[in-house]
Write a protein of this length. Structure first.
Length: 245
């Protein structure tokens, strides 16, 4: 398996444990997409992709509809997407993505989490070089098309890793350059591939090893960040905990 797949797999297991948080996160993304590109998924590719994510997460239809409606509600908060970068204890790089209607509140909260747990918030862009920004698609495999054939087709679209996501080979994860997201999505839709979900990930270039005691301290900061209602994603370069097979 590739580096991106293994990092994402470990992170995903932890992150999708809380369904209510997942619904809140996807709901905000849907509202932002509908506000930016309109409420019609037929003419809004980003919204169309997010509706796949909502379906994959078993998000109730009325919750999805409320998120779309909120984009045109004048009384609803106007979410802005913003990122924060800093170092946790023991030099672990942490990238925080938020969607907030009050940046003053959010940055104050994020800074306090870093400070209280032995870290420090840095300047925007200071950690960009430590992570690869990727778009990630999960699709249904198509009968008669091998992973190798699909890779040859998509390599010109910036895709650099494809792996089967299940033992039966029915689902495929593909990773590509962040800026090629719309081109990859268009190719998949135009060629009849069923998109199960699509997301953006920041994959660390290198993972830092830590002791169990250090991991415990770092996880306290990561958990606090994940629990904040304004925070959408938290990425880091700490090595994943080894699990017994």
């Amino acid at each position: 398996m590739g580096r991106a797949f293994e990092y994402r797999k470990a992170r995903k297991l932890k992150r999708w444990g809380n369904m209510s948080r997942t619904f809140t996160r996807i709901g905000k993304e849907i509202t932002i997409a509908a506000k930016a590109g309109g409420p019609d998924p037929d003419t809004n590719p980003r919204l169309r992709a997010l509706l796949h994510n909502a379906k994959a997460a078993n998000m109730p239809k009325d919750t999805v509809e409320r998120a779309i409606k909120k984009a045109t509600d004048k009384d609803a908060g106007d979410y802005k997407e913003i990122s924060y970068e800093g170092y946790g204890p023991f030099g672990i790089a942490i990238f925080v993505e938020a969607a907030t209607d009050n940046n003053t509140r959010t940055v104050a909260n994020v800074r306090s989490y870093f400070n209280k747990h032995g870290g420090s918030l840095g300047t925007q862009g200071s950690l960009t070089f430590l992570f690869d920004h990727k778009c990630v698609f999960k699709i249904k495999a198509k009968e008669g098309v091998s992973l190798e054939d699909l890779e040859l087709e998509l390599i010109d679209y910036g895709v650099d890793e494809l792996v089967h996501d299940d033992e039966e080979g029915n689902e495929i994860m593909l990773y590509g350059a962040f800026e090629e997201n719309s081109n990859i999505q268009k190719y998949l839709e135009d060629n009849g591939y069923e998109i199960i979900s699509s997301e953006f990930e920041r994959i660390p270039n290198d993972l830092k090893e830590v002791t169990p005691e250090q991991r415990e301290q770092i996880n306290k900061l990561l958990d606090k960040l994940e629990e904040d209602e304004d925070v959408q994603n938290v990425f880091h370069n700490m090595s994943e905990e080894e699990t017994e097979e």
